[in-house]
Design a protein around this ligand. Sequence first.
Ligand code: BG6
Length: 474
Amino acid sequence: QVPDDHVIVLFGATGDLARRKLLPGLFHLANAGLLPRRWRIVGSTRASSALSDEEFRQHAKAAVAEFGLVKPEGEAWRAFEGTLSFGAADAEDPGPLVAAVAAAEQAIGGSPRRLFHLAVPPTAFGSVIGMLGSSGLAEGGRVIIEKPFGTDLASARALNETVHAVFDESRVFRIDHFLGKESVENILALRFANGLLEPVWNRDHISHVQIDVPETIGIEGRAGFFEGTGTFRDMVVTHLFQVLGFVAMEPPTALAAKPLRDERSKVFEAMRSIDVAHVVRGQYLGYRDEPGVDPRSQTETFVALRAEVDNWRWAGVPFFLRSGKRLAQSREVVTLHFKEPPLRMFPVDARPSADACGNVLVVDFDDPGWIASRFLAKEPGPAMRLAPAQMTFRYADSFQRAHGLEGYERLILEAMLGDQSLFTRSDGIERLWQISEPLLNSPPDVETYAPGSWGPDAINDLIAPHRWYLPDGN
Ligand code: BG6
């Protein structure tokens, strides 16, 4: 399926996200032949940091050279570069952007669609959307809005109102790039295309679930953003809860946007409000010394918590979520821990130590990711001794194309095609802020942890009697 002809307007065109992901991603899409037949990309910022067309092309080239899979060279780059232009916009003066969009549309001919990508800080969403409405640019267009969508329930509701005053929900694409990851979507295939797992994917067979996203990176000079955001808003209420939606949802009636989003929303509806007694907030030692960070900052760089989904499938099955900066490893892993069989027929000395991880399904969703079933097997030899063993699926072993599109690329393409399946919806987002209120209103104090560790010690009590799969599992 090829998208309609498009003018893509990139707000925040000189920002970090555009540099690292969006410009390289658009070039990759162009090279893969996945962009429409005719398209133009208009970069935009506030007038105070406006670029000329030529400066924007140089900026894009440097970004693609540094972060792109495909290097900006030869005819491919020249053709791509020719589609780039720039138009600054302030709320009071959208003139240069309006002119740049008009020029891009004229260059394409016909009536291309407009796609606005708001890669700007959340505080700017409202004013950009207002400007798109008042300038008339929004007409017929679609909008991609970055996360975090609001900072709590009230602000998310207010933002939804602002957005809906200009774009109806069918034209709103709230992006959560974890939903564009190949392995996250593969959870749908794993669960609903096979008869193998779905019968055991429930409280009768699963004791608990872990969604673990430790990162080794720190805040990467983003103190301004991070101090006011923290890991819960940056990672958990967004990425980790959305992944939970895929793991916990019921089979949709069809593989289409509405049923898929309905089922994810039902999971969020069934989630219990977060109990702060089951939350560990952490801050790495040295965070308060980072440039731009308040020396008494209570912002968390780490969160671990227990979530509960009170529905027929999951009642009594805790979901343990963890994410943090400056941890020992960068991983993105869902583990489903199965219950022990009803009878322990293997003698105690035939079993591996309690540390050995058997009986677990691992979905690693760090692009391109892998899936493994860890189980106990008989160790070869005369005695009946059990040892952990593993069956692993890796994309490269089964598919020639081991790596498809990066999360952002996938989602930009879906937005151009108008498919909202992998985007979040206003009701789901508001519900997630609602269940987060106890934590946002009375956050427990942050506990410090050493960089390179797995977080504050309290995480072990949080998950007891279970254990974190990482780092002993792999
Ligand atoms: C972003 C967060 O949304 O996701 C970052 O703002 C985080 O703090 C990043 O590092 C992780 O995404 P990925 O795709 O690099 O795993």
